[in-house]
Structure formats: structure tokens, C-alpha cells
Design a protein around this ligand. Structure first.
Ligand SMILES: NC(=O)c1ccc[n+]([C@@H]2O[C@H](COP(=O)([O-])OP(=O)(O)OC[C@H]3O[C@@H](n4cnc5c(N)ncnc54)[C@H](O)[C@@H]3O)[C@@H](O)[C@H]2O)c1
Ligand SMILES: [Zn+2]
Ligand SMILES: [Zn+2]
Length: 347
């Protein structure tokens, strides 16, 4: 079958790889119907994640179950499913509650981040612990909405939930990439008075504004503008959706005293200079984590199915898997107004 393979920094190619089989009797194989490129894939693309190239990438996908192990009870060949981008053992206490990132058997794993768990930007995918890590696509959920439920919509919601927003409060979201936009969309569910959206890419600031946020261009003096708008106090909550040292620092300095910083950007720095004195004096709450995707399906699926939130606007480009290399280059360069790229593995 074909899959997108990380061959080295800035070098992702569509290659032929072995067909997958169920990892064990609890696993399944899903033929991929649609998959997408995530900002997390860009950390790999830029060579920041793993020194050993040669593995297939991607962790956001939906498709049809084509093979199940003998111990899989909830799914049969022919079922259309969404695949959680992050998977746990499915069996321990936290996994049974959908808290896969707290899995007691080695922690959570993300598809397509190393040689051990193959990637979802492929024609098919081997899924471990299928009963826990798959979800039947319910009526009322379209394919593009379903893809977003495999990672970034739950991640955006994690950022918003962790920000402890109360009605009438002010929120800032740093980074208006797909994840930041999902945070803006879901932060609105908590009733904030204002959401300040920070980025420098005009199309992304415009998308944030369409969601009702106040666009703040960081190539100008966005921080001074927010300080002025909040009478020098800063927003009650800051959601960080970039993952750089600088933007996490910015979140800590922007948030008001007693406020909450909720980080969903991926940062793997081993030497982040955490401004402990500032955090101490301000008395802030700081959260960071990988999203336990299955935990949020019961909340988010009804909101999408009923049209209460409409996340699918985020797909700006639709391309074939064979164009994967060009798709990565486009998304990484933020060219051509790209917000997020959907890939069709059949072309
Ligand atoms: N925690 C999780 O479970 C989880 C899940 C998915 C993605 N992520 C992470 O979320 C982050 C965002 O993902 P994405 O798909 O939106 O990626 P993206 O790269 O498309 O978007 C990042 C955005 O941040 C903006 N940005 C960069 N520097 C900035 C600055 N100084 N100030 C303001 N904005 C700035 C960029 O212009 C871009 O629009 C990534 O780090 C990704 O790994 C985390
Ligand atoms: Zn992702
Ligand atoms: Zn577990």
C-alpha cells in the first residue's frame, strides 16, 4: 500500500510500504477514507521529533474497518469509524474512562511518530485495542467533521476546558493555526466576553475574526493592545496553541494575576526557562498535556451533530495522498491561505 514516509527533515514522500495486519487479537485494520495533516506532523517534518527517519506519519484519520482480531467485540468489517490519534492500552482504569494519556501501561502513544506505531496518512492503518481507540461514525457527522474529531477538535476543547473560562471573562488564544481556531470555536461554549486571537498570518487572523474573536497581529504590538483593552490587567485565561518557548513565555506574561495558562501546543524543550518568580507572584494555574481524544467524544459528537459547532470550515485544501509531499510543503510554509489540508488516500 502507499503511505507518507518521513525520509528526513523537510522530506516526506509517498512510498510503498507493507500492508498492515491487526497488531494482535484486540487490534483491527482500518482502510483509510480521509486523513489530514496536523501541526504536530510539522514537528516531525522539520526534524524536531525523531532522529531516525523511515517511518510513516499521520495520526488523524477515518475509514472502514476491514479486519478485526478475535477479541474485538464492538466492531466488525464494514463499520465506518474514526480513529483516535492518540491511543492507550484500552484496558486499564484511565483508558476505560477515555483518559488514554494517563494509560497505566506505558502511557499514550500517537500514530505516526516513530517506528513503533505506523502512521495514518496511508491507505490503511493497524489500530491496537480497537474497542477503545475506535468510534463508530454516528449519524449526522460528515467525513470532514469526523476527521476533526480524531484530534484537533478535542485538543482545542482541551485547551478551552483547561483555561477555566467563566462567562463574561476575557480569553487570549496564542496561535490561530487549526488547533488555535478549534480552541476559539470551543472557548465560545464557555461564554467569554472577548477572545483575543494572536497570530501574524492574515488568513488565520481573518478566520479567527469570523469565529467572533478579536484579531491581534503579533507582527504589530498585540500585547500592548490587549493590555490596554483589559485596563492593564490582561486576560483571565490564555490558551497557547503554538508550542514554542517564546509563545509559552508570552502566555505567562500576558495572563492576569490569578489567571490560567492552558498550553496545548507541543513543546519538547528540555531546558525551558520557566519564569517561576513571575508565576509565583501572579499565582497562576499552568496546564499542559496531550489530548485524551476518546474522553471528549461524548461531549463533542452531539455538539457537531446538532450543528452547535461547525469545525469543518478549517479545511482549506483537499489533496490526494500522492500529493502528500507538496501538501506538507504548502502547510509548513502557510502558503496560499492554507488553514488545514485534507488528504484522500484513494488518489
Ligand atoms: N496537545 C495536543 O494533544 C496537540 C494535538 C494536536 C496539535 N498540537 C499542537 O498544537 C500546535 C498547533 O498546531 P496547529 O495544527 O494549529 O499548527 P500550525 O503550525 O498550523 O499553527 C501554528 C500557528 O501559530 C502561529 N504562530 C507562530 N508563532 C507565533 C507567535 N509568536 N505568536 C502568535 N502566533 C504564532 C503560526 O503563524 C500558526 O498559524 C502544534 O504545536 C501542535 O503540535 C497539540
Ligand atoms: Zn494532530
Ligand atoms: Zn491503558
Amino acid at each position: 500500500m502507499r503511505a507518507l514516509v518521513f525520509c528526513g527533515p523537510e522530506d516526506i514522500r509517498c512510498e510503498t510500504v507493507p500492508d498492515p495486519s491487526p497488531p494482535d487479537e484486540r487490534g483491527a485494520v482500518v482502510r483509510i477514507e480521509r486523513t489530514a495533516i496536523c501541526g504536530s506532523d510539522l514537528h516531525i517534518y522539520h526534524g524536531h521529533m525523531s532522529p531516525d527517519p523511515g517511518y510513516s506519519v499521520g495520526h488523524e484519520a477515518i475509514g472502514e474497518v476491514v479486519e478485526v482480531g478475535s477479541a474485538v467485540s464492538r466492531f466488525r468489517p464494514g463499520d465506518r469509524v474514526l480513529v483516535s490519534g492518540v491511543v492507550g492500552c484500552g484496558d486499564c482504569g484511565p483508558c476505560r474512562l477515555g483518559r488514554v494519556t494517563a494509560c497505566e501501561r506505558g502511557g499514550a502513544a500517537v500514530f505516526g511518530t516513530n517506528q513503533g506505531l505506523h502512521g495514518a496518512q496511508a491507505e490503511a492503518l493497524a489500530v491496537p485495542a480497537a474497542d477503545a481507540n475506535l468510534c463508530a461514525i454516528p449519524d449526522g457527522i460528515g467525513p470532514e467533521q469526523a476527521v476533526l474529531l480524531t484530534d484537533i477538535l478535542p485538543t482545542g476543547y482541551l485547551g478551552a476546558e483547561g483555561a477555566e473560562i467563566e462567562p463574561g471573562q476575557d480569553v487570549a488564544v496564542i496561535g490561530c493555526g487549526p488547533v488555535g481556531l478549534m480552541s476559539i470555536l470551543t472557548a465560545s461554549l464557555f461564554g467569554p466576553a472577548r477572545i483575543f486571537a494572536l497570530d501574524s498570518v492574515p488568513e488565520r487572523l481573518a478566520a479567527a475574526e469570523r469565529l467572533g474573536a478579536i484579531p491581534c497581529d503579533v507582527s504589530g504590538d498585540a500585547h500592548a493592545g490587549i493590555a490596554e483593552a483589559t485596563h492593564g490587567l490582561g486576560p483571565h485565561s490564555v490558551i497557547e496553541a503554538v508550542g514554542s518557548d517564546g509563545t509559552i513565555q508570552a502566555a505567562l506574561s500576558l495572563v492576569r494575576r490569578g489567571g490560567v495558562v492552558s498550553v496545548v501546543g507541543v513543546n519538547t524543550s528540555l531546558a525551558f526557562p520557566f519564569p517561576m518568580a513571575l508565576a509565583l507572584v501572579k499565582g497562576i494555574t499552568f496546564r499542559i498535556g496531550v489530548c485524551p481524544v476518546p474522553r471528549y467524544w461524548t461531549r463533542l459528537i452531539p455538539l457537531v451533530a446538532q450543528g452547535r459547532i461547525r469545525p469543518e470550515f478549517v479545511f482549506s485544501h483537499r489533496m490526494g495522498l500522492s500529493e502528500g509531499s507538496a501538501a506538507y510543503d504548502l502547510f509548513a510554509a502557510r502558503r496560499d491561505g492554507v488553514l488545514k489540508v485534507l488528504l484522500d488516500p484513494t488518489t
